[in-house]
Design a protein around this ligand. Structure first.
Ligand SMILES: O=P(O)(O)OC[C@H]1O[C@](O)(COP(=O)(O)O)[C@@H](O)[C@@H]1O
Ligand SMILES: [Mn+2]
Length: 643
């Protein structure tokens, strides 16, 4: 071992005792059961439903409460206490409203604090004291530790403990303590969170999801196609920018752009008012929680058309300058007969309806009007100067990647592009050909490059971010084409079909999944592939666990827009030291429903895999690092202290 390295290490561990203590500590930790990993995906801006799943640990909180109190509590009491752990602030207010006098409230405080401490002791049983300490409410660590670790079998200290309780209550600290302990419990039941893509688009509050993740104790993200669209917009891709605004208009969520990220839409609105009118094909999908007036709907409808047309125009030069994107079939504005209002696609002619081509020059359909050009420049400036968006996108870069190898499993949002025979599909980029893992690596390289160079807007890296959103070989899109244009302007639904990459039927096959795991240097006997992106249609009997358990699809189905096609609200996955469990969620109604009626999103668990022996920290990614550190410390011990 390098003497210089050991000398450096010796600066920190400068006595034999320090080295030995650390070795003992790390060895002990690596023999603890592995922490619980929680997997979610396709959150699509549904903050309320997401935070509920996060707060209940996909059912883990309730499971622990039941295990502790089932014998002594009724279902009603269990539900009440569970709601308190999920939403402590609100539940405490409800309890206060219910209890008629101070004495009763104090009794409730006393009991509740004790019950919370029991729950925490149980939920932290596989963690070190130091880890538990970090999860405790900061201002109460000392008191809570006193109460947690009481070892007095002689009862000599009973009055002492009683006094602690009494003081907490009489000094008016009970609310704060209970709230803090509830959050400690939430934190303890999940050690690490994986978000397998698609935080953005369709739903109302992706920004709140991002803020929650930024504050979460341990998380990684595998970008989804919608996330990449936002990254692309921030990185300088005008076509990605047009897309995010179009989708927000379509789902009546423009306030995310305007109010949340502070991007001025006024120039776009002016343009929209000038060239567009009402159009049934572009009215926003209304959401129940939005009370938009007729006037607002009309404005959004106009903006929706303006930005969609800009998007279609902007696609053309990219498709032309990157022939290997193989998208010439998507040069749709060039295939329109503007006199007859019809289009030729795949040799067939279709009439166009709900058209809004006022700004299109049939001779040069890709050409933006001067005004359109200016609007886009202003929008890009605003986007790249939004402090909040910068914070969220930087977090994406720090915690995100296209795929992740974690504790033996391979996580990615969409697919690994395959051909019909199950070979890795090849894509040419400039003069090189890539496939499988190398293709994903090169996509990620370009995406990071584009992000690091936001001033470049037409280079290959920036175009590539758009390709990842919509290209046929993209590992996030996984379809041959995106038929947005057809859905706006053509009646025949046949044209809406988006042919899926063969991956989506081949992934049912165990051999294929093994091959993919091998492509990523993973052990196919133990590993699983974890996917999001495609809603599992439970209604039609689709099974989220495929390929003899090698493949798990967890599209969370949080997106309200898609719940009628799935039949449930989707899946999440838990992986603890005993194995992997898939949790099916019912539709989430509201926080108020959980608080008042104790109704919880029912979770049905299905076992994906059971460990033959309980899995320990030493067998995990974190464990690998610990073992490396132990080995370094042992070398130091020999080199420095055992001569
Ligand atoms: O339902 P919408 O909002 O029109 O979006 C449909 C588009 O979304 C996509 O399904 C991509 O979004 P997902 O990643 O959520 O599947 C496209 O394939 C499709 O063209
Ligand atoms: Mn997706």
């Amino acid at each position: 071992m390098d003497a210089q390295f050991l000398d450096l290490l010796a600066q920190k561990y400068n006595t034999e005792e320090k080295v030995v203590t650390e070795i003992i500590n790390l060895e002990a930790i690596s023999n603890l059961p592995k922490g619980t990993e929680h997997f979610v995906s396709d959150l699509h801006g549904e903050f309320q439903a997401f935070q509920h799943v996060l707060r209940n640990g996909s059912g883990t909180v309730k499971e622990k409460i039941k295990a502790l109190f089932r014998e002594v509590w009724t279902d009603h009491e269990i539900n009440d206490f569970t709601a308190l752990v999920y939403y402590p602030e609100e539940k405490i207010q409800l309890v206060k409203g219910d209890l008629c006098n101070k004495q009763a409230l104090n009794r409730w405080y006393r009991q509740t604090i004790e019950q919370m401490l029991k729950l925490i002791t149980y939920a932290s049983s596989k963690y070190t004291r130091s880890k538990l300490r970090k999860a405790l409410p900061e201002q109460f660590v000392y008191i809570v530790e006193e109460l947690l670790y009481k070892t007095d079998s002689t009862n000599n200290k009973d009055p002492y403990y009683e006094e602690i309780y009494r003081q907490i209550i009489s000094l008016g600290q009970a609310d704060k303590l209970i709230i803090g302990l509830a959050y400690t419990t939430q934190r303890l039941v999940v050690d690490h969170l994986h978000v397998v893509g698609d935080i953005y688009d369709r739903g109302p509050a992706p920004d709140k999801i991002m803020d929650t993740l930024i504050n979460y104790h341990s998380v990684d993200i595998q970008w989804g196609n919608h996330d990449v669209l936002w990254i692309g917009a921030y990185a300088g891709s005008l076509v990605c920018l047009a897309n995010i605004i179009r989708i927000c208009a379509r789902y009546n969520n423009l306030d995310i752009i305007e109010d949340v990220y502070g991007i001025n839409l006024r120039p776009l609105l002016n343009l929209a008012e000038k060239y567009y009118d009402d159009n049934p094909g572009f009215r926003p999908k209304l959401q129940t929680d939005h009370n938009s007036s007729e006037q607002e709907i009309l404005q959004i409808t106009k903006i929706h058309q303006a930005i969609a047309m800009i998007q279609f125009k902007l696609e053309i030069p990219i498709i032309k300058r990157r022939p290997y994107f193989n998208m010439s079939e998507r040069l749709l504005l060039e295939q329109i007969d503007y006199d007859k209002t019809e289009i030729k696609i795949g040799g067939k002619t279709y009439p166009l309806e709900n058209t809004c081509f006022a700004t299109v020059n049939p001779q040069q359909p890709e050409k933006l009007l001067e005004e359109e050009q200016q609007v886009m420049e202003k929008l890009l400036f605003s986007v790249q100067h939004s402090e909040k968006l910068a914070r969220h996108m930087n977090f994406f870069m720090k915690k995100g990647s296209l795929y992740l190898k974690y504790n033996g499993n391979l996580l990615f949002h969409g697919c690994i592009p395959l051909d019909e025979e199950g070979n890795m599909e090849e894509m040419q980029i400039e003069d090189k050909t890539y496939s499988g893992r190398k293709l994903l690596d090169v996509f990620e390289y370009y995406l990071r490059y584009a992000f690091a160079h936001p001033e470049e807007t037409d280079d290959l890296a920036t175009d590539m971010v758009w390709y990842i959103w919509t290209g046929e070989c993209s590992s996030l899109f996984g379809k041959r084409e995106m038929t947005t244009f057809e859905r706006y302007f053509i009646q025949d639904k046949e044209t809406y079909k988006e042919r899926k990459n063969p991956y989506y039927h081949l992934r049912e096959n165990e051999e294929i999944c093994r091959k993919i795991l091998l492509e990523f240097d993973m052990n196919p006997d133990h590993g699983h592939i974890i996917n999001g992106h495609t809603p599992v249609k439970e209604i039609r009997g689709e099974n989220p666990v495929k390929a003899n358990g090698k493949m798990v699809v967890i599209d969370g189905g949080f997106s309200k827009a898609y719940q009628s096609t799935t039949g449930i609200a989707g899946y999440t996955l838990l992986y603890n030291s005993f194995g992997m469990q898939l949790v099916a969620h019912q539709k989430f109604n509201s926080k108020e429903d959980v608080l008042c009626n104790g109704t919880d999103v029912l979770s049905v668990k299905r076992l994906v895999d059971k460990e033959l022996e309980r899995k320990l920290v030493r067998e995990t990614n974190v464990g690998e690092k610990l073992l490396q550190k132990i080995s370094n410390l042992k070398n130091l011990l020999e080199y420095r202290y055992m001569k």
